[in-house]
Design a protein around this ligand. Structure first.
Ligand code: HEM
Length: 223
């Protein structure tokens, strides 16, 4: 009997996650009698779905190096779609923020350039990472500049998540220390994973150059 579970990959995975994020948002709005509070719940909930998807994309490669398994290999393969799902979830976060601004006229006046700057920078990077995930755009970039943009972008977004959770620990709830600690753990996994990858590359490179060094016998045969 074939018990293989059909796996959802690529764009199907993206649409599945996107549909779940939209369904969750619709449910929160439907369950909340007050549309203002409902919209605020959507802002919070999409920040959390975005965080989970971002973490998965952030550690995928390192996790696959440190603890290779079927799951980490699949996560690594689907990294692009998980990343795009994160961008979609955060687009819903943005749409909910604008709706909240309309429903609650005190929202935007209560904010200023300083409080909006980290989020705005975050959205600029999310947009850049998302559009450069498409070959039609990325083919105009060198591999090195693509890599640099994606590395810097991922770290900037991680820092904004860290800041968003950390600032809520003293003002809102000590429970925000949980996602903040999860982010710290993910940073450690990513750093150790990248270090292990660099080490592997160095060793492979050293082995490659060792094999290219002619042995004394080869030198003798050349002389
Ligand atoms: C200018 C852009 C942004 C604005 C105006 C904004 C606004 C908000 C608002 C109003 C909340 C809900 C606060 C509450 O009711 O507790 C929120 C929550 C949050 N946002 Fe954003 N946001 C922006 C961009 C971002 C970005 C780029 C990120 C991450 C990369 C982010 C991550 C978060 C997180 C982690 C939360 C907390 C969710 C929770 O309560 O668990 N936001 N944001």
């Amino acid at each position: 009997m074939n018990t293989k579970v059909p796996s959802i990959t690529g764009w199907k995975l993206f649409w599945l996650i996107g549909t779940l994020v939209l369904a969750m948002s619709a449910l929160l709005l439907a369950l909340n009698a007050d549309p203002v509070e409902g919209t605020r719940s959507v802002i919070r909930a999409t920040a959390r779905t975005s965080f989970a998807l971002f973490l998965a994309a952030f550690v995928a490669s390192s996790l696959n190096t440190l603890v290779p398994s079927d799951f980490t290999r699949r996560l690594m393969r689907e990294r692009r779609y998980v990343g795009l799902s994160f961008a979609f979830s955060h687009l819903v976060h943005l749409m909910a923020i604008f709706s909240y601004g309309v429903l609650n006229p005190q929202f935007w006046p209560s904010r200023n350039t300083l409080t909006n700057t980290p989020g705005t920078v975050g959205y600029v990077f999310i947009a850049l990472l998302a559009i450069t995930s498409f070959h039609v755009v990325s083919r105009h970039m060198t591999a090195a500049s693509w890599k640099r943009l994606h590395t810097v972008g991922m770290w900037v977004i991680a820092a904004i998540f860290g800041y968003s959770f950390f600032k809520r620990i003293p003002t809102m709830s000590v429970l925000y220390a949980i996602p903040f600690s999860m982010l710290c753990a993910a940073v450690a996994v990513r750093l150790v994973g990248k270090w292990a990858q660099a080490n592997k590359r160095r060793q492979a490179h050293a082995r490659g150059s060792y094999h290219n060094v002619p042995s004394p016998n080869a030198l003798e045969s050349l002389s």
